[in-house]
Design a protein around this ligand. Structure first.
Ligand SMILES: *[C@@H]1O[C@H](CO)[C@@H](O)[C@H](O)[C@H]1NC(C)=O
Ligand SMILES: *[C@@H]1O[C@H](CO)[C@@H](O)[C@H](O)[C@H]1NC(C)=O
Ligand SMILES: [Zn+2]
Length: 575
């Protein structure tokens, strides 16, 4: 046989033959891989697909590559198998929350829910119920935590004694966050850990009347320093429960508005793992607020788009509810104060310039009109320095500085925000939660001209969000609040009115949807990657029972997402 002659061929020839064979085999394998890749490209068709893209706003099918990106977005004709076999349901880009707090939300889900608590008795009974379910909570090593109380609803500022009247709670270590997480209320056991005489704190308030127990803003630090913080294992649990809930309401990504360097390291470990089902654009929050700490962090973008670190959070002031936000003129209902800045103007300018110069996007928390003015000042100063020969607006389009909350802004500063294109990061449900008291704090004129703007800030490409856990993360409630300026919980305006609160500031439905898709994409440097269904974008989408724009607006309040997909994987299904 011919092959028997083979041994007579020289060694080199054989080597050459076998090399050729190997190359040919490799080619075949390569070819096969090509086929396999192609086979793994999944195609999904629905009754309709809203793409958010200007090119083809509505299609009915898309394909997803094995790398979790859209590879093809197309319309299948009605007489094709694809269209005939389409899944029932209506797809649209997955939604993003432009301002939330992941770990705090996870912690909230694992602590006492005090939102909507109406009396001290109600608070104590909720704490007791939690204790029944979580025996052992409230020890010195593991304080009992809760969030959601509001002294305005409780009728008085709470004190440690309000917890001590219940003998079950008397000796426990308890720390409960105010609804806006700008104050904490602690039990006597926690107070006993503090020095005998507690000093006042600049940029904060140690509440002393009607008794001790509440600490606000910078004054919270002395208590937080004593709190035995949850370990990484616990935090991993927080991340998992938070992401599960976020997927359930149709969120595929969030901007986390303040993560410490240590938690960023944990995020890096967890991102991309099986339980990390939400994309996170994390803003750095130095251990010491409003400082420059570039050595403790590093810029990071995971290749699969699940974690991005390239921005920093600074804090200009506190919250309106506790008179902590910094105003140009005094509060209408407390003429003795105009709130307090957490940082002086020169320090804010310094921090903004220092971070921006390192290439970080700077996002400043600002509620009051004085804080917003300082934020704009700091950003202008930084832009002038970064791009001395360019219009500020062009420089800003690269740096994309943001004002987190942008709640009360003097008309002069609104004009500057427009002119430069500073991004307002707005939480529509804050407007509808605060509408009950905002006018008391600010007076009619200031409210009408300055407060909770949405429509008039529209061309500045706002990022919309919820500030979860301060408000529930459900983006459809946010869209509802933005479109109606009524509470998604009651469907009413102020004092049970059927009309929206300053309805001239309401957004159109489409604008609100874009605030939860395109807005965060621009404000988080993921444009054409997120918030859109088009080739090359991350394959993140949700499925609804009906297209959003076909619904009666009231239906948004109770809307339940059918499915949520992230990176081409189904992460939530209602059924
Ligand atoms: C669509 O359905 C038909 C019959 O119902 C089936 O033969 C065909 O394989 C399906 N096509 C696809 C693309 O799933
Ligand atoms: C602003 O704050 C910084 C840091 O706290 C301090 O060093 C500086 O003196 C303050 N500047 C003014 C003008 O108060
Ligand atoms: Zn926040």
């Amino acid at each position: 046989m011919d092959w028997l002659r083979l041994p007579r061929l020289g060694r080199d020839t054989i080597w050459l033959y076998s090399s050729a064979l190997i190359v040919a085999a490799a080619g075949l394998i390569k070819l096969r891989q090509g086929v396999v890749d192609y086979a793994y490209t999944e195609t999904y068709c629905y009754q309709s697909v809203r793409t958010n893209s200007a090119v083809e706003p509505y299609v009915n099918c898309f394909s997803v590559s094995p790398t979790g990106k859209f590879s093809k977005v197309f319309r299948a004709g009605a007489d094709t198998d694809l269209a005939r076999n389409a899944s029932s349901g209506f797809a649209m880009p997955g939604l993003w929350d432009g301002h939330g707090h992941l770990l705090q939300y996870g912690e909230f889900l694992n602590s006492v829910d005090l939102f909507g608590s109406t009396s001290m008795d109600d608070v104590r009974s909720r704490v007791r119920k939690y204790l029944d379910r979580n025996p052992g909570a409230g020890s010195k090593e593991e304080w009992l935590r809760g969030v959601g109380w509001d002294q305005m609803v409780l009728g008085k500022m709470p004190t440690a004694s309000d917890l001590a009247v219940d003998k079950e709670l008397k000796d426990l270590y308890i720390m409960l966050d105010r609804v806006d997480v700008h104050c904490i209320w602690v039990s006597q056991a926690v107070l006993d850990l503090l020095p005998e005489s507690i000093p006042d704190v600049p940029g904060g308030e140690v509440v002393r009347e009607p008794g001790m127990g509440v600490f606000c803003d910078n004054a919270m630090d002395m208590v937080m320093g004593l709190w035995p913080k949850p370990d990484n294992k616990k935090k991993e649990q927080f991340v998992k429960s938070a992401m599960g809930k976020l997927n359930e309401v149709g969120l595929v990504g969030i901007h986390d508005a303040g993560v410490t360097p240590g938690n960023l390291n944990l995020f890096k470990e967890l991102a991309g793992g099986p339980d990390w089902t939400v994309r996170v654009y994390a803003m750095i929050e130095c251990y010491e607020r409003n400082t420059f700490c570039p050595d403790e962090v590093e810029r990071y973008t995971s290749p699969d788009g699940f974690l991005s670190i390239q921005s920093v959070k600074l804090f200009a002031d506190g919250a309106l509810g506790s008179w902590g936000s910094a105003l140009i003129d005094p509060y209408t209902d407390r003429p003795d104060t105009s709130g307090s800045l957490l940082v002086n103007a020169s320090e804010l300018v310094y921090d903004t310039i220092a971070w921006a110069n390192e290439g970080y996007q700077v996002n400043i928390h600002a509620i009051g009109d004085l804080a917003n003015r300082h934020a704009v000042d700091a950003m202008v100063a930084a832009l002038r320095l970064l791009c001395p020969y360019e219009p500020l607006s062009r420089c800003q389009s690269r740096h994309r500085f943001r004002i987190e909350h942008s709640q009360i802004i003097h008309p002069d500063d609104q004009a500057r925000i427009h002119a430069i294109g500073i991004i307002p990061s707005i939480q529509p449900t804050h407007a509808t939660s605060d509408m009950t008291y905002a006018e008391k704090r600010l007076g009619k004129e200031r409210t009408a001209k300055e407060a909770y703007r949405m429509r008039s800030l529209l061309d500045a490409k706002p990022v919309l969000g919820s500030d979860f856990p301060v408000e529930p993360p459900n983006p459809f409630q946010g869209i509802y609040a933005a479109v109606t300026r009524r509470s998604p919980h009651t469907g009413r305006g102020t004092e049970d009115s059927p009309d929206g609160w300053y309805a001239e500031e309401a957004l159109e439905l489409d604008q609100a949807i874009r605030g939860f898709t395109e807005g965060p994409a621009y404000g988080g440097f993921t444009k054409s990657k997120t918030g859109i269904i088009k080739p090359g974008a991350f394959a993140d989408w949700i499925v609804l029972d009906a297209p959003l724009d076909s619904l009666d607006i009231e239906e948004l309040r109770e809307l339940k997402v059918r499915e949520t997909w992230v990176g081409g994987k189904k992460v939530y299904s209602r059924d």
